[in-house]
Design a protein around this ligand. Structure first.
Ligand code: SF4
Length: 122
């Protein structure tokens, strides 16, 4: 029976023998389990405010209108939303570029961001 053997392809001559490359790898010793205790703590993010979002009960398209479309209906919903402040802060912190968040349009949020930057740098 003919034996076909693929040649060892390496960019580093002499880095390993053909036998070393072909030796079976024991995945449990070659890749030991990660030490979960050494992982960095997850960043806490409290998105629970979303549960009280009034827009969840309305047409989501009103909050992401086409360019030049009306934002009036979405902003009206936001005025009665109990988590308006949290929503706006989320949008500012995450640099949300589209849609109505916290009752403000992209342009209005940009203005808030610039005002805050000016206050911080003053
Ligand atoms: S403020 Fe407006 S966009 Fe934000 S959660 Fe409330 S209704 Fe939705």
């Amino acid at each position: 029976m003919p034996s076909f053997s693929r040649p060892l392809l390496t960019l580093v001559p002499g880095s390993a023998t053909d036998a070393e490359h072909r030796a079976p790898v024991d995945a449990f010793t070659a890749f030991p389990p990660l030490d979960a205790a050494a992982w960095p703590a997850p960043v806490e993010s409290d998105d629970s405010w979303r549960l009280d979002a009034l827009c969840a009960e309305t047409d989501p398209e009103a909050f992401f209108p086409e360019k030049g479309g009306s934002t009036r209906d979405a902003k009206r919903v936001c005025t009665g939303c109990p988590v308006r402040a949290e929503c706006l802060e989320f949008a500012l912190a995450n640099d949300e570029r589209f849609g109505i968040w916290g009752g403000l349009s992209e342009r209005e949020r940009r203005r808030v961001r610039l005002q805050r930057r000016d206050i911080i740098s003053a």
